[in-house]
Ligand binder design. Structure first.
Ligand code: FAD
Ligand code: SF4
Length: 510
């Protein structure tokens, strides 16, 4: 054998650089389902099922095209459950001249591939991952040229380079970022009828995987009853078309809004397809741009969606590879609490947390503001150890892959990187959740109250957060107003705030 091409569960793209020059007469593909990838964090059942189903569909497609594939199923006899050991076993028995892989998405996995190849004395050729629009080297150069990293400047560079939403060298509509038009809530009347996203009911392959996951991971969190995620490139493309036609027009204005029992609203649900490489980010971006150019979608919505993909998505990947492995251990606010147990059950009286966590367990999905400004915000205000928060986010979402999850959690949501990802902590009281959702209407707490039995836990902990972190935040120009208000609290008020926060911490046993 000449090349053994390693395909990982989040590299399911036949046009990947790993296949460049592939010759089925002398090359072969290696793929393995390993238990360790579902247990190194306590993975949601739907996350495991999605990876395995998409992998099996990819394997079948390659085999149909005449590509030899060495594939180990999760319950195959002799499967050690470890990526490194399974790869080592394959390298020792197949003795290829070299192993070839596209750049893995996760630092830990890259180390495992490298050490398996080293132990077997097989050279490992790592090729660039062409799925992404900005290679890590280009990001590193961008970072080196700036005193401070900010997504907005990076986004402009990428948009200029790709010519996306550009007119005569200028941003379409005369401005780069239309976020100010994109922060609407639904108002008392609620969102009304929203065209539901296209569903992909499990086929035979997925049904088999679902049974396997129920059998092999019975005590893992989450449900498989609603599993309907795209598992092939064809389905991912249909999901994109459905989104662009039916929900992109109102994606922009309502992207920050939340509503009871409405998990998806105007969101695309494309993150898992993008992260598994079933869908190309450029295809998604071009589809949104064309819809705007054809007059089917307002500019604010097209720009808002495109910024998430060529802005945030590429930016967080750049930050990940720039700062790993040290980034994973940062804890700038020295937060040390444990994660409350209700994150795994949804059993809490706080209605916003209950809604978002139950939805997460049911679908393996929550949209960005639910992750950032409900579950993430609560952990930030409570002072949960960022590693524990990271492990939860990596476990419970179907789209969770470390390169995108870690900077979002540690950086954007928990401010554990001290301001690399975000210029200020995303901290707020329950008033923010009240403004952006209807959750508070049916909650037993009052978002305006910062103490007493009906004091909103977010509002109580928000004040305590400002006090606890005054030294770290008082010179942050974007926190001036909040810190000035906190500075006016009397010593007696401060004592009261601390006492209320301690009461909550002991209630959550953290
Ligand atoms: P839409 O709202 O429709 O957005 C469109 C696309 O833009 C998404 O599919 C996604 O690919 C991209 N995108 C949007 N926001 C971000 C962002 N902040 N970073 C990177 N890409 C973005 N996203 C993941 O893909 N995997 C994760 O593990 C993940 N963990 C997160 C953890 C936290 C604490 C937070 C705050 C955000 C996280 N995100 C993660 C980003 C974002 O929440 C999800 O990408 C989004 O909710 C997926 O739903 P959607 O496809 O309907 O997104
Ligand atoms: Fe959440 Fe507080 Fe509103 Fe209840 S009152 S839903 S806890 S923000």
């Amino acid at each position: 054998m000449r090349n053994l091409v390693i395909v990982l569960g989040d590299q399911l793209d036949p046009s990947s650089s790993a296949f460049d020059g592939f010759d089925p007469a002398v090359d072969a593909v290696w793929m393995a389902e390993v238990r360790g990838e579902g247990t190194y964090v306590w993975s949601h059942k739907a996350r495991i099922a999605l990876f395995l189903s998409a992998m099996r569909h990819f394997r079948d497609r390659l085999r149909d095209a005449g590509v030899p594939v060495h594939y180990t199923e999760l319950d195959a006899s002799g499967n050690s459950g470890s990526l490194r050991e399974e790869l080592g076993r394959a390298l020792r028995s197949l003795r290829p001249e070299r192993a070839v892989a596209a750049h893995p998405g996760e630092w830990r996995v890259r180390e495992e591939l490298r050490s398996a190849a080293r132990e077997c004395a097989v050279p490992l050729e790592e090729r660039p991952d062409r799925h992404f629009l900005c290679p890590p080297g280009e990001f590193a150069r961008h970072a080196a040229s700036r005193k401070q990293l900010r997504m907005e400047f990076f986004y402009r560079e990428i948009r200029r380079r790709l010519g996306v939403l550009m007119e005569d060298g200028q941003p379409a509509g005369g401005t780069w970022n239309l976020d100010p038009e994109n922060r609407r809530s639904f108002g008392r009347e609620g969102p009304g009828e929203i065209p539901p996203p296209l569903q992909f009911p499990p086929d035979d392959v997925t049904r088999e995987v679902i049974a396997l996951v129920e059998r092999e991971f019975p005590d893992h969190p989450g449900s498989l009853a609603r599993f309907d995620w795209p598992v092939t490139p064809g389905q991912a493309r249909q999901a994109l078309e459905d989104f662009v036609t039916h929900r992109l027009p109102l994606f922009g204005p309502y992207q920050d809004a939340m509503w009871t029992a409405q998990p998806f609203l105007y969101h695309s649900r494309l993150s898992s397809s993008l992260n598994l490489k079933l869908l190309s980010p450029l295809e998604a971006v071009r589809a949104a741009e064309s819809a705007w150019r054809d007059g089917r979608v307002p500019l604010a919505s097209a720009e808002g969606f495109i910024r998430q993909i060529i802005g945030w998505r590429e930016y967080v990947r750049g930050v990940y590879w720039l700062l790993m492995p040290e980034d994973a251990d940062r804890n700038a606010l020295d937060s040390q609490c444990g994660l409350p147990g209700f994150y795994w059950t949804g059993h809490t009286e706080a209605e916003c947390l209950r809604q978002v966590i139950l939805q997460t367990l049911e679908y393996g999905y929550a949209h960005h503001i639910q992750r950032l400004m409900v579950t993430g915000l609560f952990a930030l205000l409570l002072g949960v150890d960022p590693r524990k928060v990271h492990e939860w986010y990596l476990a419970v979402y179907v789209d969770a892959v470390e390169w995108v999850e870690l900077p979002n959690t540690l950086g954007m949501s928990q401010y554990a990187d001290g301001g690399v990802m975000a210029s200020k902590p995303y901290c707020a009281s329950g008033r923010y959740i009240q403004r952006m959702s209807d959750y508070c209407r049916s909650c037993r707490f009052d978002p305006a109250k910062a103490s007493g039995p009906d004091g909103c836990p977010f509002t109580v902990l928000y004040r305590d957060f400002l006090l606890r972190n005054a030294a770290a935040l008082q010179h942050n120009p974007r926190m001036t107003m909040q810190m000035r208000n906190a500075g006016r609290w009397t010593e007696e008020e401060r004592l009261h705030i601390r006492r209320e926060a301690d009461r909550l911490r002991s209630k959550f046993a953290v």
